[in-house]
Design a protein around this ligand. Structure first.
Ligand code: HEC
Length: 137
């Protein structure tokens, strides 16, 4: 019986340790060297992105795509240095998505480009949900 209780305690400790390790995801990354100017550029650009595509304005769409591509490459690099694999994964999806949009624009398939472009804000959001501090600084 005592052996059984000891086992239970070990289980409890392991479970408790797991909670401690997994809870403070946001606090785990020091963002002081993060490029928020770039983020604000992305924010502006992502708003014009789909409208530029829908208007079949290939030049503007490609300019937008380049800004967003550089943005996702920056976050991929930044979070790789911090060892945040999930953020790196999201960034890579962003690079792929924007590359796909560029390819569609190049082949004049603006419908495919627009529907791919609609996925971009979700990728921004999915990283913010994990890593962007919610409280005003
Ligand atoms: C892989 C992660 C990641 C991706 C992808 C990402 N962001 Fe961010 N973003 C962050 C983090 C982390 C912060 C908070 C930085 C801080 O608090 O210093 C942030 C902050 C911001 C801010 C606030 C900047 C400010 O003035 O404080 C804006 C706006 C923003 N992101 C827009 C975007 C847009 C638009 C995209 C997509 C096109 C995007 N972000 C993609 C991680 C990401």
């Amino acid at each position: 019986m005592i052996e059984f209780l000891k086992l239970l305690r070990v289980d409890f400790l392991i479970a408790f340790a797991a909670v401690l390790v997994s809870a403070p995801v946001i606090a785990a990354i020091d963002l002081r060297d993060y490029d928020n100017d770039l983020m604000r550029d992305l924010d502006k650009t992502v708003k014009y992105f789909e409208p530029d595509i829908t208007a079949k304005n290939a030049d503007a769409a490609k300019e937008d795509a380049q800004v967003l591509l550089d943005g996702f490459k920056y976050t991929e690099d930044y979070f790789a240095k911090k060892g945040a694999d999930d953020a790196v994964e999201i960034s890579r999806k962003g690079v792929k998505l924007i590359s796909a949009v560029l390819a569609s624009v190049d082949s004049n398939d603006f419908d495919a480009a627009a529907s791919a472009a609609r996925g971009a804000p979700d990728l921004c959001k999915s990283c913010h949900d994990i890593y962007k501090p919610r409280l005003a600084r």
